[in-house]
Design a protein around this ligand. Structure first.
Ligand code: C2E
Ligand code: MG
Ligand code: MG
Ligand code: MG
Length: 287
C-alpha cells in the first residue's frame, strides 16, 4: 500500500524501532490473561444501504493507544506490523475481537449486522489464515455469514492462483469477501471475473472530489456498472457530503460508508445506533 510506504519513509530508523518495540509490548497487553487494559481497540464504522438508509454492517478499524505517544493511526503502524510479521498476531486479535463483538450485539437482541475485517497481505498469505478465521467464528459463535473479509487488489495479485484458492476456501465456509480501495490497485478485469467476492469498495480517493470532478464521476460510474454486471454489490467509502451521496444514489451505487453518516465508533455507540435510540433518522435495517 503506497500510503503506508510513504508514511513510513518519513520515520527514521530509530523511530521505527521504538514503534516496533511498542507494538510487541502492545500485543502482550491484549493477551487474554494480561491484567491491564489492552492497548488496541476496535472502532466500528457503519455501512449504510443507499436505498433504505439501513445500517446493515460495520467495518472494524483498529486503534492503538500508545502509553507515551497517545493514539497512533493504523496508517503509521499497519505497514510496520506487516513488514515485521507482527500483523499476524495483531490480525488474529482483530478477527477474534470483531467476531466476538458482532455476536455480542446479536446476543443483546440487536438487529444482526455483518462485521468486516481488513486483512493485509502477510496475514492473507499466512498458511493458517483460513483456520484462524474458522477459530474466531467458532470461539465467538458468530455465523460465518456475519463476517466479511476486506482484501485489496494488490494483495490478491501478488499470487493470483493461491489467492483465488484461499478466497474460495473462505467462500466455502460462508464468509463474504470484498475488494477494498477498488481502482487503486491493478487487478486485470479478467482476474476480477474469477474472484469469489460479493462486494467492491470504491476507494475514497475517487469519492473526495465526486461533486466537481467529471473524471472521478466517470470512474465511479464505471466501477458501479462493472460491479453490477459482475453481480456484485458496490459500496463507496469516504462519503463526507450530501452531494457525494446524492451523486452515488442517482448513479445506482448500492451502499456507502463515511463521515456523512458516521465516523468509526466504539462498540457501545454502535449498540445505541442499532437499538435505534441514537435519536436520529437512520434506523438500522429491520429484519
Ligand atoms: P480502509 O480499510 O480503506 O479504511 C478506510 C479508512 O478511511 C479508515 O481509516 C476510516 O477511518 C477512514 N474513513 C472512513 N470514512 C471516512 C471519510 O468520510 N473521510 C475520510 N477522509 N476518511 C474516512 P483508518 O481507520 O485510519 O484506517 C486506515 C487503513 O488502515 C484502513 O483503510 C486499512 O487498510 C488499515 N486498517 C485499519 N484497521 C485495520 C486492521 O484491523 N487490520 C488491517 N490489516 N488493516 C487495518
Ligand atoms: Mg477497509
Ligand atoms: Mg478502503
Ligand atoms: Mg482506503
Amino acid at each position: 500500500n503506497v500510503q503506508y510506504y510513504v508514511s513510513e519513509m518519513n520515520e527514521s530508523v530509530d523511530e521505527k524501532l521504538v514503534l516496533l518495540e511498542g507494538l510487541r509490548a502492545a500485543i502482550d497487553t491484549c493477551a487474554e490473561d494480561y491484567p491491564g487494559p489492552c492497548q488496541f481497540q476496535l472502532l466500528y464504522q457503519p455501512k449504510v444501504d443507499l436505498r433504505t438508509n439501513c445500517l446493515f454492517g460495520v467495518e472494524a478499524l483498529i486503534r492503538w493507544h500508545h502509553p507515551e505517544q497517545g493514539l497512533v493511526s493504523p496508517l503509521r503502524f499497519i505497514g510496520l506490523a506487516e513488514e515485521s510479521g507482527l500483523i499476524v498476531p495483531i490480525g488474529d486479535w482483530v478477527l477474534r475481537t470483531a467476531c466476538a463483538q458482532a455476536q455480542a450485539w446479536r446476543t443483546a437482541g440487536l438487529p444482526p449486522v455483518s462485521v468486516s475485517v481488513n486483512v493485509s497481505a502477510r496475514q492473507f498469505e499466512d498458511k493458517r489464515l483460513v483456520e484462524r478465521v474458522a477459530d474466531a467464528l467458532r470461539a465467538s459463535s458468530l455465523p460465518a455469514d456475519g463476517l466479511e473479509v476486506e482484501v485489496t487488489e494488490s494483495l490478491i495479485m501478488r499470487d493470483l492462483g493461491r489467492s483465488i484458492d484461499k478466497m474460495r476456501e473462505l467462500e466455502a465456509m460462508g464468509v463474504a469477501l470484498s475488494i477494498d480501495d477498488f481502482g487503486t490497485g491493478y487487478s486485470s478485469l479478467s482476474a476480477l471475473k474469477s474472484f469469489p467476492i460479493s462486494r467492491l469498495k470504491i476507494d475514497k480517493s475517487f469519492v473526495a472530489d465526486l461533486a466537481d470532478s467529471p473524471d472521478d464521476q466517470a470512474i465511479a460510474m464505471a466501477v458501479i456498472s462493472l460491479g453490477h454486471k459482475l453481480d456484485l454489490r458496490v459500496i463507496a467509502e469516504g462519503v463526507e457530503t450530501e452531494q457525494q451521496r446524492d451523486f452515488l444514489r442517482a448513479n445506482d451505487c448500492d451502499e456507502m460508508q463515511g463521515y456523512l453518516f458516521s465516523r468509526p465508533l466504539p462498540a457501545s455507540d454502535i449498540a445505541r445506533l442499532l437499538a435505534g435510540s441514537a435519536g436520529d433518522a437512520h434506523d438500522p435495517c429491520a429484519e
